[in-house]
Design a protein around this ligand. Sequence first.
Ligand SMILES: Nc1ncnc2c(CN3C[C@H](CSc4cnccn4)[C@@H](O)C3)c[nH]c12
Length: 228
Amino acid sequence: MKIAIMGAMVEEITPLLDFFGSYETIAFAKNRYYTTTYKGLELVIAYSKIGKVNASLTATTLIEKFGAEQLLFSGVAGALNPNLHVGDVLVATALTQHDLDITAFGHPHGYVPEGSVYVETDASLRALAHKVAHAQNISLQEGIIATGDQFICDGTKKEWIYKTFNADATEMEGASVAVVCDALKIPFCVFRAISDAADMDAGFSFDEFLVSSAKESAQFIIAMLDEL
Ligand SMILES: Nc1ncnc2c(CN3C[C@H](CSc4cnccn4)[C@@H](O)C3)c[nH]c12
């Protein structure tokens, strides 16, 4: 089984590369892909760079060029739901694009023709995540992620996304991965540890907690691999 593990920023995959220790590096399309094996699994790891376009390119490459059969995303996110706090690990149930807007034509936010407002993650990967969390006594939150090409650091925008999409966290890549994996019929799931509250202090909080929260998410992914 070939598993892709994807992040957006180098800090989100560094804990993974450090854990695996040895890996081959392949340069492609202005990005680097790291291949290794772990307990009989073939792994291909990459960070996309920030934003939906970069994430779409990397997710597609992981699947179409490297032959990934499942894709796990590991990274950090801003909390929208007040019950989520820095360090909490969230598994996405569904993802949506909060900045996709053709409401001028009567469509809901996040919708374009022949698409859907939400793309659901793979139910068996989610079930496995909860099994691993329970077995390892890790508290795992579950919720909707709203993705957009903006770092959210403003209470008004935060509240709009929270209310419009009933979303629990926000980031800048997950929904792209969801659309790509759904179209290519590859089971996927998105794991994000909270780094900030997507409010006026988000920049400072993000800078302070990026590394530690990225580690939280990566450690959960590694725990998942032992059960895949
Ligand atoms: N509040 C938030 N809003 C939107 N996204 C996020 C995230 C998740 N990632 C982190 C990073 C922020 S931009 C970036 C650019 N330069 C340096 C660091 N980060 C981008 O890849 C999305 C964490 N908190 C978020």
